[in-house]
Design a protein around this ligand. Structure first.
Ligand code: PLP
Length: 374
């Protein structure tokens, strides 16, 4: 049998306005950085870039944590890195599940032989400190995992009091900040979070491919006290951190150009200023809400815990979810997200993340949606 070779046309993606649950629009300067000449992963230039990425990530995470770096891989790699490094087989983790990503954290922990206890809240709701205290007292876990910004539902989880309860119970707090980082405050030190992971493609507005993580000294001590090897070779922080730290010991070849892109994306965050960036996300969320309410579309999440960067709304009765999303994409080049899990066909998820959080995007989307609903 002969193998036929086809010369496919070069990559020429359509121009989209990315208003879904991620990825978000990417600034031209970030795309340019991704296309900069590749250097070696131990080139002095690249080592300096790594140091600067770590430095900027610390600022954006509001932390002084030494062990702060960009894991190679998307947000799920960061999730897995935190879970596999903090837990050994038989260790207990409580996962607070109120959406798809809490459930994913529980799945990852179960796969490495951890004892997983989940507490649940319906999609769209958040956890109270009282229910967290109850489960901590009953289960006495090593780690409690929770999602700050549940992208599948649009719900924002407050963390400070939960963090106090977790430490009162002598456990470690693991937080998913994939969607929140860069769009709302993620105060690692002030809220005393032990391990957190994020992703590049949401409010940091870099393409998917890296996962910023940070670990407190308490988390590092727990990792240093492990009796067993980390089950994932690739994500073993004891080796990854040697490459990102002073010894620069080769572990795996870092995705050089992704780090160039992230470096520029982080520069843009800091150039804008963190507080300005949070205010911009909030203002555009409010503008979108006003516009949607005016045409009778309601948010799926209660007012006091709506995320500014991920707006989950109820699809009006009688409206065909897929048909409208298809029209938005075809006629206007706008991508929004459908509902996940039990919310499939019930909600739309409208992202206003990073570069995509613009008043012009809000106006374009509202006008386009009205046209599609005619
Ligand atoms: N956690 C949350 C809250 C997310 O929104 C996502 C992605 O949407 C992930 C984890 C997984 O990230 P990724 O898809 O980049 O692997």
């Amino acid at each position: 049998m002969t193998i036929e070779h086809h010369l496919h046309p070069p990559i020429a993606p359509p121009r989209r306005t990315l208003m879904g649950p991620g990825p978000s629009d990417v600034a031209a300067s970030v795309l340019a950085a991704l296309g900069a000449p590749t250097v070696g992963h131990l080139d002095p230039y690249f080592l300096k870039v790594m140091d600067e990425v770590q430095d900027m990530l610390r600022t954006i995470f509001h932390t002084t944590n030494e062990l702060t770096l960009a894991v190679s891989g998307t947000g799920s790699a960061g999730m897995e890195a935190c879970v596999v490094n903090l837990l050994e087989p038989g260790d207990k983790i409580v996962v607070c599940t109120n959406g798809v990503f809490g459930a994913r954290m529980a799945d990852v922990a179960g796969r490495i032989g951890a004892e997983v206890v989940q507490i649940h809240r319906p999609f769209g709701e958040v956890f109270s400190v009282e229910e967290v205290i109850d489960v901590l007292q009953k289960e006495k876990p090593k780690v409690l995992g929770i999602v700050h910004a549940e992208t599948s539902t649009g719900a924002a989880q407050s963390l400070k009091e939960i963090s106090e309860a977790v430490h009162e119970a002598d456990a470690l707090l693991l937080v998913d900040c994939v969607t929140s980082l860069g769009g709302m405050p993620v105060k690692i030190d002030e809220w005393d979070i032990d391990a957190a992971y994020s992703g590049t493609q949401k409010c940091l507005s870099c393409p998917p491919g890296l996962s910023p993580v940070t670990f407190s000294s308490r988390a590092v001590a727990a990792m240093d006290a492990r009796k067993t090897k980390v089950s994932s070779w690739y994500l073993d922080m004891s080796m990854v951190r040697s490459y990102w730290g002073d010894s620069r010991a080769y572990h795996h070849t870092a995705p050089i150009n992704m780090n160039f892109g992230l470096h520029q994306a982080l520069r843009l965050v800091l150039e804008e200023g963190m507080e300005n960036r949070y205010s911009r996300h909030y203002a555009n969320h409010c503008a979108l809400k006003t516009g949607l309410n005016a045409i009778g579309i309601e948010f799926a999440v209660a007012e006091d815990h709506q995320l500014p960067m991920l707006n989950a709304v109820n699809i009006p009765d009688g409206v065909d979810d897929a048909a409208i999303r298809g029209q938005l994409l075809k006629r206007f080049g706008i991508e929004i997200g459908g509902g996940l899990g039990p919310l499939k066909g019930k909600t739309w998820r409208i992202g206003l993340m990073g570069e995509s959080s613009q008043s012009t995007h809000v106006l374009l989307f509202l006008a386009a949606l009205e046209q599609c609903l005619l």
